[in-house]
Design a binder for this molecule. Structure first.
Ligand code: NDP
Length: 279
């Protein structure tokens, strides 16, 4: 018996990055998983990665669909119930950031960018959770949302709409947690810092630029004090912990920050005070 034996998990955004690592981990630990994303090829890569680790084929349901549509969300919940008969764990992981196509920044970014970001990062979480609720209540299940340290309290003028969507998600996590705990359903979230995934590419960033960004961040203690970018499995392990009632049953409505220390440093603290006095 593994820790998620008999459980069924739906992991959004599992065709890449953090969601893929999470789906693989939950499946390896016994869960039946529904994996999803729009990109059918990448989704198949996730499925193959799961099967490679010895998970039986009938433990994986693969659905290529657009999560930003309610039709796609209905398909996810209905097909999961049809195939597996229950839903214990909902991981609201899918997310994205978009640039203004005319390069506008700060408050001048077009409101269509705001709409697109809120649609996938926040609205889809609200409606998918509504659709999954009756099944999660039946199973006394768990919801784990994937937020971001971008939610604040620091300002994020470059990616302000993305940051706003994650700040909204944090409030949703807290409020939904108190609403749903009356039915025995727990809601928590994880707030990653900089993690090596397809996120940059999805924003249109070429691979070498994304690598350059990673090296810059890793090499500066005021950016990532632990000196390395996060890997998807670092976050997947926390999602599995929050989905594991035996380990985390008393954690309700919280977000666990996993960022290599990034949010603990202020620019002024990054400089050595004693060195400054000697100058
Ligand atoms: P990836 O781009 O690697 O993965 C994003 C996933 O979301 C993909 O599987 C993508 O699938 C899916 N997705 C995006 N839009 C849609 C859509 N409309 N319909 C269905 N699926 C969609 O990025 P990450 O793994 O980094 O992102 C996962 C989560 O982690 C996001 O919520 C992100 O905000 C958060 N996060 C990431 C950080 C990082 O540094 N990487 C830092 C903090 C938070 P497909 O393209 O196939 O549709």
């Amino acid at each position: 018996m593994t820790r998620f034996s008999g459980k069924v998990a739906l992991v959004t955004g599992s065709s890449n990055g953090i969601g893929r690592a999470t789906a693989v981990l939950l499946a390896q630990e016994g869960a039946k998983v529904t994996i999803t994303g729009r990109n059918a090829d990448r989704l198949e890569e996730t499925r193959q990665e799961i099967l490679k680790s010895g998970v039986p084929e009938d433990h994986v349901l693969s659905i290529a669909t657009d999560l930003a549509t309610e039709k796609g969300q209905d398909e996810l919940v209905n097909s999961t119930i049809q195939k597996f008969g229950r839903l214990d764990i909902l991981v609201n992981n899918a997310g994205a950031a978009f640039n203004d196509d005319q390069g506008r920044v700060g408050v001048d970014q077009d409101v269509s960018v705001y709409d697109r970001i809120m649609q996938i990062n926040m609205r889809s979480v609200v409606t998918l959770t509504q659709k999954a609720k009756e099944h999660l209540v039946k199973a006394k299940g768990e919801v784990v949302n994937v937020s971001s340290i971008g939610a604040g309290p620091q300002a994020q003028p470059t990616f302000m709409y993305y940051a706003m969507s994650k700040a909204a998600l944090d409030q949703y996590t807290r409020s939904a947690a108190i609403d749903l705990i009356q039915y025995g359903v727990r809601v928590n979230s994880v707030s990653p810092g900089a993690v090596v995934t397809g996120f940059g590419e999805a924003m249109g960033m070429p691979a070498d630029m994304h690598e350059k960004y990673g090296h810059f961040m890793e090499s500066r203690k005021e950016c990532i004090p632990c000196g390395k970018m996060g890997q998807p499995i670092d976050i997947a392990n926390i999602i599995a912990f929050l989905a594991d009632r035996k380990l985390s049953s008393y954690i309700i409505g919280q977000s666990i920050v996993a960022d290599g220390g990034s949010t603990l440093v202020m620019g002024m603290q990054a400089h050595n005070f004693m060195d400054l006095l000697k100058q």
